[in-house]
Structures are given as C-alpha cells and as structure tokens.
Design a protein around this ligand. Structure first.
Ligand code: NAP
Length: 292
C-alpha cells in the first residue's frame, strides 16, 4: 500500500478561509474579535511563534493585541496584566506564550485566564470540560488533529485509536477528543509495555512523543491512518516521531513533517479565537436580554 499524504497546509488554508468568513459575520453582528498575545522574556523560538500567530491574525481580520514583558517581570505584574485582559472587552482570547522564565509558574499563570478567553484550552476548567465531554475551548494542536482526520473522512466511530503521549498539551486532549468521537482509545506513554504490539492494533495511530523514529512501519497495521504530531529538530532538519517511508508503505494515510499537523495548530488558534468571540457575543446578548 502507498499511503495518501494528508496535506496539513491545504487543510489549514481552508480553515483560515472559514475563519476569515466567520470574522466578517462576527463584525456585522457587532463583535470585533481580538487575540491578546503575552510574551515574557527573550526565548528566541517563542518570539518567532508569537510573530507568526500575530501575522496569521492580520490575515483573517482578527485584531492582534500584543504585550511583551521583560524576562525579570515579577509574578504580580503578569497576574495584573492577565486580570486586565480578562476584563477587557476588546480581547476575545488570550494566549500566554510558554515556556515562561523560571521564576514564573506556567500552570498558575495559565490558570488565571478566564475560561471563555482560554484560546489554548489549557486551564483546569477547559481541561475539565473536555474530560466531561462538554463544550469549551479545546487545545489547538489536538483540535487540528481532529480536523485533519475529519478532512480525510476517517471513520472514528468504533475505530481502535492509539495515542502515544499523555501530555496536557497534546496526548491527553487528543485521546479525549477521539473518545468523544466514539473511538475505542488506548493511551500509551514511556512505561507502556510492548508499544509495537499495541500500535499494531490501531486503525488510527497518533504519535505525540518528541522522539524521531518512535513509530516504524512494522508497528503499523496495513491500512491504518497515522498522524505524526512530533516536531524534532535534527541534523536532517525538522522530522516527526514517525519513520515516514516505512510507515507510508503500509498505512492508508499519513501526515508528513513538516506540512502535516504543524500548520493546523495556528489555523485552530484562529478558529478558537473566532469561537471565543462568538461565545462572548452570546453571553453579552443573553445578559442584555436577561430579566431583571
Ligand atoms: P511531552 O510533554 O514531552 O510529552 C511526551 C510524551 O511522550 C509523554 O507522555 C511521554 O511519556 C511520552 N514518551 C516519551 N518517550 C516515550 C517512549 N519511548 N515511548 C512511548 N511514549 C513515550 O511532549 P508534548 O508537548 O506532548 O509534545 C510531543 C511532541 O509534539 C513534541 O515533539 C512537540 O514538539 C510536538 N508538538 C508539536 C506541535 C505542532 O504544532 N506540530 C504542537 C505541540 C507539540 P511519559 O508521560 O511517561 O513521560
């Protein structure tokens, strides 16, 4: 079998077009979607990521609102800024770029973001809503994985899905989204016994590990769909967790790295921002019409 290569760039372009339309509709309904990015310190990759996110906002008509803080910013200043952004009606969504400098607690600071503005879906409340299968904002990369699977018309109901990785950012939310789509989900991690045997059971295999070559062809069932979330910078350039050649020889479909899941992450950030703006418009609307 020679696998279909799932083109994340093309799917992401479609999502961006959809978001641009949604933003125009939101504007005509009286909302003005804005994404606040908060960047603390000098981490060079973080500066690049935030710049890309702000440019993507411009492209679809979302207002980029940027706050850049010194690496030595005390915790109370960051808390005050996040509280002010929570209360600012011009801000539909808040992205606190991680990692933070060592003296700041990323979990504590992320937890301060109001759930209706939690564009990365990383607060305990957003994670709880997802675990309970209730509506809320879902982390961008896992949402992108689901969008790619939907675009490839992968039947998830009753399918056996295996997720390698159990981080808060990727592995856990991906597994919960697959469960919510009625797949039968197994979650693997660094202590899993016979990883290859478990993976061979999968109709859908998602690798989110951060280790090149974690998934090879002999670990994949004929006809499986393989999603590679890994991004690993190596001497060979950017590679995923999946050995593309050997897996493509057996799988029905596989995502490349680069050009697979990566482009979906920013597209879903824009989509989440539009969703947050819509949620807030409804909240304002219902407050205005609420009795008393
Ligand atoms: P992480 O927090 O480091 O989690 C890695 C997970 O992999 C952990 O659950 C770990 O298990 C598991 N693991 C490590 N070695 C393993 C092994 N030999 N066998 C099975 N499982 C193993 O990483 P993350 O934030 O989830 O990110 C995972 C990868 O996705 C990274 O390469 C990251 O750069 C990439 N990523 C890409 C995007 C994108 O937009 N494309 C976005 C986010 C992340 P334990 O829990 O037991 O330690």
């Amino acid at each position: 079998m020679s696998a279909e290569v799932l083109d994340g760039r093309a799917v992401a372009a479609g999502v961006r077009e959809r978001v641009a339309r949604e933003v125009r509709e939101l504007r005509s309904a009286g909302a003005d979607p804005g994404l606040a990015t908060v960047l603390v310190g000098d981490d060079p990759p973080s500066h690049v990521y935030v710049r890309m996110k702000r440019e993507a906002c411009d492209e679809v008509g979302i207002n980029p609102i940027h706050h850049e803080l010194d690496a030595a910013t005390p915790a109370h200043e960051l808390r005050d800024l996040l509280t002010a952004l929570n209360e600012d009606p011009a801000v539909s969504a808040i992205l606190l770029q991680l990692p933070l400098p060592a003296h700041l607690d990323g979990d504590e600071m992320t937890g301060l973001i109001a759930p209706e503005k939690d564009v990365d879906g990383l607060t305990p409340l957003s994670a709880g809503l997802l675990a309970q299968g209730r509506p809320g904002l879902v982390p961008c990369t896992p949402a992108g994985v689901m969008e790619l699977l939907a675009h490839a018309r992968v039947e998830l109901e009753g399918a056996r899905a295996v997720v390698i990785g159990r981080s808060q950012l990727v592995g856990k939310p991906v597994a919960q989204l697959l469960l919510g789509a009625d797949a039968t989900v197994t979650q693997c991690h660094s202590r899993t016994r016979d990883l290859a045997g478990v993976c061979r059971e999968a109709d859908v295999l998602v690798a989110a590990v951060g280790r090149p070559g974690t998934v090879t062809g002999e670990m994949v069932a004929e006809g499986a769909v393989v999603i590679d979330v890994g991004t690993n910078h190596t001497d060979r350039g950017l590679v995923g967790d999946v050995d593309f050649e050997s897996v493509a020889a057996r799988a029905r479909a596989v995502t490349p790295v680069p050009g697979g899941v990566g482009p979906m992450t920013i597209a879903m950030l824009l989509s989440n921002t539009a969703r947050a703006a819509r949620m807030q418009l409804r909240m304002t609307g219902s407050a205005a019409t609420a009795p008393g």
